[in-house]
Ligand binder design. Structure first.
Ligand SMILES: NC(=O)c1ccc[n+]([C@@H]2O[C@H](COP(=O)([O-])OP(=O)(O)OC[C@H]3O[C@@H](n4cnc5c(N)ncnc54)[C@H](OP(=O)(O)O)[C@@H]3O)[C@@H](O)[C@H]2O)c1
Length: 281
């Protein structure tokens, strides 16, 4: 089986390199070999690789930057997935793609299921939702895994920001009115590899996030405790932390469809955090 992996330098992409290896021959690409902002670059690389499976872990994932660089976010997150879908359909390949909790508006009280109406509250969410629609419209076989609050021991993420800030500042202030499930890139990669044992499962969207729930404040507290950092941590409301992009209040995703279809469940977010913290040790 030939697998073409896009976004090898990202959090999820990096974790996928090892996780996908037992499934076949993995060709991993970064921006230099395949620029998602250039459809000709996508088509040329896919046609040359002739993969059985395309795994797209690349995205423009900077949520606040998307508010000021709308066209760039849409080129990578909305248009490129549609081009990948067209190429996958021509080859008869399966396209695996990642989407986000930010396609939902966060107003629901319970966890979101795949059938809930999306309603992004920021441009990043809009661009990712347009990408999901473009893949469905392409007619290719696809799995879209919607995940949330991704972190790992590398890259740019909340965990690394908190560890750095806790060493530099006398006190940390973190919002406690946004709920979600921090999901490690390693857990996503492992769940993806296990799901690919059933490549003929029904195409469509599947939620794929860690079990359990917390707030950004709760996640920060767990990080500080795991790292043994005594920096005081204060809970604040979203209104007190102004960012370019609005965030949904509720990012919780119900994973029942993933479990029922693939027999795959992700560990609790605390277990994922413990595993990543061990990587630092
Ligand atoms: N991060 C989160 O909290 C989060 C939450 C929910 C869903 N997701 C989704 O999960 C997936 C993986 O996210 P991640 O956190 O692993 O993202 P990431 O760490 O930011 O990695 C994204 C990768 O995409 C690459 N990329 C960006 N623009 C590109 C372009 N024009 N051409 C080719 N490659 C390009 C980046 O390359 P460079 O390093 O060269 O820029 C980087 O390697 C994405 O679909 C994201 O939308 C993420």
């Amino acid at each position: 089986m030939r697998i073409l992996l896009l976004g090898k330098g990202g959090q999820v992409g990096d974790a996928l390199i090892g996780a996908l290896a037992p499934l076949g021959r993995v060709v991993s690409t970064g921006r230099e070999a395949l620029d998602l902002a250039r459809p000709d670059s996508i088509r040329a690389t896919v046609r040359q690789a002739r993969p059985d499976i395309i795994v797209n872990a690349a995205a423009s994932a900077a949520v606040d930057r998307a508010e000021v660089e709308r066209d760039a976010a849409f080129a990578v997150n909305a248009i490129a997935p549609g081009v990948l879908g067209e190429e996958a359909r021509k080859l008869g390949a399966l396209l695996v793609h990642y989407s986000t909790d930010y396609v939902y508006d966060g107003a629901k009280l319970g966890a979101y299921v795949e059938g809930d109406a999306p309603g992004p509250v920021n441009l990043y969410g809009e661009s990712k939702l347009a990408g999901d629609h473009a893949i469905a419209a392409s007619g290719c076989r696809h799995f879209i895994f919607r995940t949330s609050w991704v972190y790992s021991a590398r890259g740019s993420n909340f965990l690394l920001t908190i560890l750095r800030a806790a060493r530099e500042r006398p006190e940390l202030k973190v919002v406690n009115d946004q709920r979600g499930a921090p999901t490690s890139a390693a857990a996503i990669a492992e769940a993806t590899a296990r799901a690919l044992a059933k490549p003929d499962a029904a195409p469509g969207i599947y939620h794929m996030s860690a079990a359990g729930e917390t707030t950004w404040h709760g996640f920060a507290a767990a990080i500080l405790e795991a790292a043994g950092l005594p920096t005081p941590l204060r809970a604040i409301r979203s209104e007190e932390y102004v960012t370019a992009a609005r965030r949904p209040r509720n990012s919780l995703l119900d994973n029942a469809k993933l479990r029922a279809t693939f027999g795959v469940s992700l560990p609790d977010w605390r277990a994922g955090l413990a595993q990543v913290m061990r990587e630092f040790a």
